[in-house]
Write a protein that binds this ligand. Structure first.
Ligand SMILES: [Zn+2]
Length: 411
């Protein structure tokens, strides 16, 4: 394996140049999918891809692929992420993976390295789903999870259609330009959580993307006047809910130290200061790498709701209304990333992603993996999002090394 390293200064300069497009007062970025800012970012990226000698193709979802030929014409190793952001997002979420991939290509060029398989940079359209829901839309469409009709007819809050905006910004291309087939898929991303920082590790080798279960719990009791109703005669659904919410935290913490559970939404009826509530509805979000654990947690929640409700003479209903299966990454791709960390002497940790990424859908159609870079304070989707230049450079060096390994791997 050639001992090459990326150019950290050039990498940071390009990241900052892209971050200037849609820059916010607080030093973050607002570059919503298919906005004028997205177009400007794409134009800049496209010019950089051309300068790096890449053939740039745009598909029917606006996904951009810059292909660098290899010794063979086998399917390429894709290095991908996204340049769209949420409102008042950060400089690195998504952009790091795309500019990091570009820096890998520039480094291969500098060192006149001819890879076995071709290597390609991919910029996915609308990963965030902040303007056109849902998230990860265009990797999902390429992976066969969404139809073109579905994607084209998504509209933003102003009622503007995806397809119309894609055409307006000049990035409506051909189906034949989709980045498929692929030999392997690598995505470099900031961690967006505090695990690497807590463990004092610069880079994360990602085992997969956790599964998610969304549950809605409805507790119904008896609404009544707050004054004349003695405590012993009440059927208060909010007090029952509070016990259950404490239990949700216990269900996660008793499992292991990676299970997470969140009650993020609650509504109380009638929500009046001097009235005992009659009905409470709240959400539960369970996340874990193991689907069986998620099933167990949902079952424990059901038992808990039944127990608390019978003790408090209220009724409970548990509705598991949405689930996303855990997505383990390809062992050979994960190994290529881990081996690269070891050979580069990078301080790394192993973790699963608690958030969704385009890699989730790509994992369904080709061997995939992700590299994380430590986030300061674990913050993301905000203007304060930050990673050090040293960690970013280490992450891109890992991306380069893993890409070289995968591009030279025999079929
Ligand atoms: Zn992202």
């Amino acid at each position: 394996m050639v001992n090459v390293r990326v150019n950290g200064d050039r990498l940071m300069t390009s990241l900052m140049e892209l971050a200037a497009i849609g820059v916010t007062d607080g030093g973050g970025v607002t570059r919503l999918a298919l906005s004028d800012e997205d177009r400007a970012g794409r134009d800049l990226l496209s010019s950089w891809m051309n300068e790096a000698g890449l053939e740039v193709r745009v598909d029917d979802f606006g996904n951009m692929t810059g292909l660098r030929a290899g010794k063979t014409d086998e399917p390429p190793v894709l290095l991908a992420s996204h340049i769209d952001t949420v409102v008042k997002g950060g400089k690195y979420d998504g952009a790091l993976g795309v500019i990091g991939a570009l820096e890998v290509i520039r480094t291969l060029n500098d060192n006149s390295i001819e890879t076995g398989k071709p290597v390609a940079v991919v910029n996915w359209t609308n990963e965030e789903g902040a303007r056109f829901e849902p998230a990860m839309q265009c990797s999902g469409a390429v992976a066969g999870r969404f139809t073109r009709e579905y994607v084209y007819n998504r509209s933003d809050r102003q009622g503007i259609r995806f397809e119309d905006e894609l055409r307006r910004i000049g990035y409506l291309g051909e189906e034949s330009s989709r980045p498929l087939p692929a030999s392997a898929y690598l995505e470099l991303h900031i961690e967006q959580g505090p695990v690497l920082e807590d463990a004092k590790q610069a880079v994360g080798v990602v085992g997969g993307i956790v599964g998610i279960t969304w549950i809605e719990v409805t507790i119904t009791g008896q609404s009544d006047h707050a004054g004349p109703s003695p405590m012993g005669l009440r059927r208060d659904p909010l007090v029952a809910a509070s016990e259950i919410i404490q239990g949700v935290e216990r269900i996660a913490t008793m499992e292991d130290d990676i299970a997470v559970a969140t009650v993020g939404r609650i509504s109380v009826e009638p929500n009046v200061i001097n009235t005992i509530p009659g009905k409470v509805v709240f959400s539960v979000d369970f996340r874990h790498p193991d689907g069986e654990v998620l099933n167990d947690q949902a079952a424990r929640l059901e038992a808990l709701v039944a127990h608390v409700c019978s003790e408090r003479s209220v009724t409970g209903e548990v509705n598991r209304f949405w689930a996303s299966e855990p997505t383990p990454f390809d062992p050979a791709v994960v190994k290529a990333i881990r081996s690269t960390c070891t050979s580069l002497g990078v301080d790394y940790g192993e973790l699963w992603s608690g958030a969704g990424h385009d890699a989730k859908y790509m994992a369904g159609i080709c061997p995939s993996g992700m590299v994380f870079v430590r986030s300061k304070g674990g913050l993301s989707h905000c203007e304060e999002e930050e990673s050090s230049a040293e960690d970013i450079e280490a992450g891109v060096n890992v991306l380069l090394g893993a890409a070289l390994r995968l591009a030279s791997r025999k079929r």
